[in-house]
Design a protein around this ligand. Structure first.
Ligand code: LCS
Length: 393
């Protein structure tokens, strides 16, 4: 407010402008820029920014300083050139995929991926984009699925919910030879345990709702890639409109400060729970890449520096699943993952219920499969809760 003496202005004007000069100060915590537009310095500045001649803050659907901290931090940790945050993991996945493909293109996707990602890929058919779902844990299946129009190979490793791994380097080599890109959803590992770009991937995507935020109190997503790809993705995303709120970026940035210590404890607790489950006679299999008998334990040691907090296991009897879940007290029956609380869910009827049953069974998402996101409570308490619930069935 400089054009007039504010003291002489009316009540409404003062209610809007009095005291609005931000003091110069350097906060230690990241400030939340809770604003939609940003003031232009003058008309020429506004025209340069809006005309794409200069980069800067215009409107928080595009760039926002709080969100930019999250973006720069993730680009750094994943070893990418740039990053773009979105309102959710799904907003990040759809913006990244829609940036890359056009009608007539073909995508190779792992058959075991998060339910909504699977559903999005099925829906892409209506825009003329064909998706082949194959088991990417075997490189031969990936090689055989290529066609002239294949633009993209997409997978999660470990895959949600079967904890199957895919070889990032081998798939990236095959894809690059054939002129396709590799997009990896690194939600389960976070850059603390796995950096796919280092192994050859082009783009890394996260649901930041999970370990990055870590406290189960916000939704967010992010894409990391080359500056050129992120520039194109910003164009796509600006028009789709899935911008993250600055407050949610702030929560995620705060959560990420403890990512390393949380991931170490998730890893430790998950290993203890997995070893316990392995010995239980009501459990027929435990799927955790840190166990020496995981079929891809060697690959895990090659491309991951830890095994994470996700453990899946099969009960001997699918009929016992509801009673088991209902008998838990400490482990919370809920979807999502990566929170400080231990969360448990039944993929067949919950996160992966959109996958048709016969396909689901073929992909290994069995009715007996239970997925556990091992939290940061004391491992003995998590195990005792699981033990009393298994005793009750
Ligand atoms: N990628 C993976 C691997 C996920 O597990 C999820 C959500 C997403 C992407 C989507 O992220 P969002 O839009 O939710 O931030 N996974 C969930 C799950 O397994 N249970 O509830 C959500």
């Amino acid at each position: 407010m400089v054009f007039m003496d504010l003291k002489r202005a009316g009540f409404s004007t003062r209610a809007i402008h009095a005291g609005d000069k931000i003091q110069e100060a350097e906060p230690v915590a990241i400030p939340i820029y809770q604003t939609a537009p940003f003031r232009f310095k003058d008309a020429a500045h506004g025209a340069r920014l809006m005309g794409g001649k200069e980069e800067g803050y215009v409107y928080s659907r595009g760039l926002n300083p709080t969100t930019e901290v999250f973006e720069k931090r993730m680009a750094d940790l994943e070893g990418g050139e740039a990053a773009m945050a979105q309102a959710s993991g799904m907003a990040a996945i759809s913006a990244a995929v829609l940036t890359e493909v056009k009608s007539g293109d073909h995508i190779i996707a792992d058959e075991v991926i998060y339910g909504s990602t699977y559903d999005l890929f099925v829906d892409l058919k209506k825009f003329g984009v064909d998706v082949s779902f194959v088991d990417t844990s075997d490189i031969v299946n990936v090689e055989n699925a290529f066609r002239p129009g294949t633009r993209l190979v997409f997978f999660e490793t470990p895959a949600n919910p079967t904890m199957k791994l895919s070889d990032i380097k081998a798939i990236s080599d095959v894809a690059h030879e054939r002129g396709a890109k590799v997009f990896i959803d690194n939600t389960f590992m976070t850059p603390y345990f796995q950096q796919p770009i280092m192994h050859g991937a082009d783009v890394v995507i996260h649901s930041a709702t999970k370990y990055l935020n870590g406290h189960g109190d916000t939704i967010g997503g992010i894409i990391v890639g080359t500056s050129e790809f992120i520039k194109q993705a910003r164009h796509t995303a600006k028009n789709i409109g899935g911008a993250i709120s600055p407050f949610n970026s702030w929560l995620i940035v705060r959560g990420m400060k403890t990512l390393a210590v949380r991931m170490d404890r998730h890893n430790e607790n998950a290993m203890a729970v997995a070893k316990y489950l392995q010995r239980h006679d009501k459990v027929s299999a435990v799927l955790y890449p840190g166990l020496w008998d995981h079929p891809q334990h060697d690959l895990a040691k090659e491309q991951m520096s830890g095994y994470g907090g996700m453990v899946a296991f099969l009960l001997r009897d699918a009929e016992g699943v509801p009673a088991f879940l209902n008998s838990l007290h400490l482990c919370t029956l809920a979807v999502s993952l990566g929170d400080v609380e231990t969360l448990i869910q039944h993929p067949a009827t919950m996160t992966h219920s959109v996958v048709p049953r016969e396909k689901r069974i073929k992909y290994g998402i069995a009715d007996e499969l239970v997925r556990l996101s091992v939290g940061l409570e004391d491992a003995d308490d998590i195990i005792s809760d699981i033990e009393q619930a298994l005793d009750s069935i």
